[in-house]
Design a protein around this ligand. Structure first.
Ligand code: 59J
Length: 587
């Protein structure tokens, strides 16, 4: 090395010199950029920057089973401000306040307080015309973005079922929440170049297209929903009741055709909302089913083969002593004994209990479990309750008795209608659904067909027998069902309240080919009496009557010639005036 360096010293110096020149050139450039041109370049850099702004995705339409819109996304304009930029145009603030319909002083205070924020909302969800009117003022620092807002055409009639979204278009309640992922879609992205003040210089490209949410057709029929809502609301008002629910189900498909509650609310205007209005009671309130449970216990008795409808039980004197506990019948029966149909017609707690002792608590427990009482429905509705069916191993004699006539377990209205659907559908139960289904569902035989058919006849007697619940009758059709009146448990005392009741009715029809099951729950009627047969049965009658007509179901209870015409498709004049029958019991 040393020898070579000594041999060519000039060459070494040239290389060294070149390197020195290059280093100096780079150093000079650095000084030039960092010191000499610093301010100019920094300004240029800030002036343009690439940013991404979101493109909102269109949320899927929710409709009823016939395509009637229940939740619709409409485009709206949201106005926002770059408060920093706005500080340069304080003279325009009053004009902005005026255009927004806001108090000028309040707006000025807000803009001062947030003076270093580059993004604040001014107002969200204006109509595109309203938004444009403000943007046309060309106030520096005021910008608009396109968003979507949810509108609910059926308002309070479908409020609990459909739910609503929050200001950011995310599901907050009901189906909007349960199916949020399906409905929401995925927002897209747009790449833009903006200047220092956030003003858009150039719309570069859409880097990701917004993916629209998917539409959803619910199982409900808006016509039935309106009918149910109207009749329930009227009954709540007439009876001075606190609350109520009504559910209509297609027993063959498992579809919920209507689900309404009172009180309700307008999802399009959620100011002054009280929590009581928002409860989808049919799914989130649990209650003791009272005597409607006798339909289930009686089915269990028939299924054992130990009992047939004509078998009799002594119910005299209307009470049954179990240690310190007394079971009572509310209505007096004519004779000392009742057959099984008579137990249902008179709603005898004593008679039902004696049958229950014979077949054992486990038999009733097993059936109640199979038909979904106190069990998960699998619907996954937000806030839905499971209720409670206590395990039979824990039952003493008094518990077996009270459970057989509907106390000591808690259910939701939707579970009760599901249970009755099994009786209506000849013992086969279809899974519940809130979504329109196109294919015939898998059903499960939970009650032997002959037992279900026998029960259909007995429950028809409950309505049509001379001492039956005549207020549940439906003109031109045969229907079946069971009423119930249950004392409410009173908070604090651990017992049952003297003066607050829940009036129930569960039934189905038409008996020629049962298709629809309906449950009516009326909470704390306070005016014209409180028996289920008095308060809830008429609601069942009106709603079932309307349902059968709207669904074009052939009448099965007309004088014979009309019956023949109806079956052959000839239009039948049917009186729409509701049956008026004399009041037999006054409370
Ligand atoms: C009843 C109950 C409360 C709970 C009793 C209703 C019991 C009971 C303890 C007294 C009103 C009343 C576990 S009545 O549903 O039997 O629907 O048309 O609340 O019995 O043991 O002043 N229903 N109702 N019982 N409890 N515990 C009848 C009956 C029923 C009718 C009428 C008259 C009760 C026919 C209820 C209806 O079938």
């Amino acid at each position: 090395m040393k020898l070579e360096g000594a041999l060519y010293p000039w060459r070494f110096r040239v290389v060294l010199g070149l390197l020195a020149v290059m280093v100096s050139a780079i150093a000079w450039r650095i000084i030039d950029l960092q010191v000499v041109d610093r301010d100019f370049l920094k300004g240029q850099g800030d002036a343009r920057s690439v940013r991404h702004i979101p493109i909102p995705a269109h949320r899927g339409l929710i409709t009823d089973r016939n395509g009637e819109p229940l939740a619709v996304s409409t485009p709206v304009t949201t106005l926002w401000a770059n408060a920093k930029e706005m500080q340069l145009a304080k003279d325009r603030w009053p004009a902005l306040a005026m255009a927004l319909g806001q108090d000028p002083k309040a707006l000025a205070e807000r803009l001062e307080a947030q003076a270093n924020k580059e993004f604040i909302y001014l107002v969200r969800g204006l109509t595109p015309e309203q938004g444009q009117a403000v943007l046309d003022l060309k106030i520096p620092g005021v910008y608009g973005i396109e968003e979507f807002r949810r509108f609910y055409p059926a308002g309070e009639v479908t409020a609990h079922m459909v739910g609503f979204t929050d200001i950011d278009d995310r599901g907050r309640e009901g189906v909007e929440l349960a199916y949020d992922e399906w409905l929401a879609g995925v927002p897209g992205k747009r790449q833009v170049i903006k200047d220092r003040r956030g003003r858009l210089i150039k719309d570069v490209q859409v880097t990701k297209n917004a993916k629209a949410g998917k539409p959803l057709a619910l199982s409900i029929d808006l016509r039935l929903q309106y009918l149910a809502n109207r009749e329930l609301r009227n009954a709540i008002v007439e009876n001075g009741a606190k609350a109520g629910s009504l559910v209509i189900m297609d027993v063959k498909t498992g579809e919920i055709l209507a689900m309404v509650n009172q009180p309700t609310y307008n999802p399009n205007n959620r100011r002054n909302l009280q929590p009581a209005m928002m409860r989808n009671r049919a799914m989130i309130d649990v209650f003791e089913p009272g005597s409607t449970m006798k339909a289930i216990s009686m089915s269990a008795a028939l299924e054992t083969g130990r009992w047939k409808p004509s078998d009799t039980v002594e119910v005299y004197p209307g009470t049954l002593q179990l240690g310190k506990y007394t079971i009572r019948d509310v209505s007096k029966t004519e004779g000392p004994v009742l057959d099984l149909t008579g137990i249902l017609i008179n709603s005898s707690n004593v008679g039902m209990s004696k049958v229950a002792f014979d077949i054992g608590g486990e038999t009733i427990f097993r059936l109640a479990q199979k038909i979904g009482l106190g069990q998960d429905t699998g619907l996954g509705f937000p806030g839905e309750r499971v209720g409670n069916l206590p395990n039979y191993r824990e039952w003493r004699k008094a518990e077996t008795a009270t459970l057989s006539y509907g106390y000591g377990l808690s259910v939701t209205a939707i579970q009760l209608v599901h249970a009755f659907s099994a009786l209506a559908n000849n013992g086969r139960i279809a899974p519940l659904t809130l979504i329109k289904s196109d294919k015939t569902p898998q059903t499960t035989q939970v009650i032997p067909e002959n037992v279900a058919k026998t029960m259909q006849g007995m429950l028809q007697q409950v309505i049509e027998a001379p001492r039956g619940v005549f207020r549940a009758q439906v003109p031109a059709y045969h229907v079946a069902g069971k009423s119930g009146t249950a004392r409410k448990t009173s908070v604090g005392t651990k017992g049952y309240a003297e003066n607050s009741y829940r009036s129930l009715f569960a039934g189905f029809g038409p008996m020629s080919d049962p298709r629809y099951a309906i449950v009516v729950v009326i909470d704390e009627p306070s005016k014209a009496g409180y028996f289920g047969g008095l308060v809830s049965a008429p609601v069942f009658s009106k709603v079932m009557s309307g349902t059968l007509r709207l669904m074009n179901i052939t009448p099965d209870n007309l004088p014979t010639t009309q019956q023949a015409n109806a079956a052959s498709g000839t239009p039948v004049p049917v009186s729409y005036t509701h049956l008026t029958l004399p009041t037999i019991c006054s409370v």
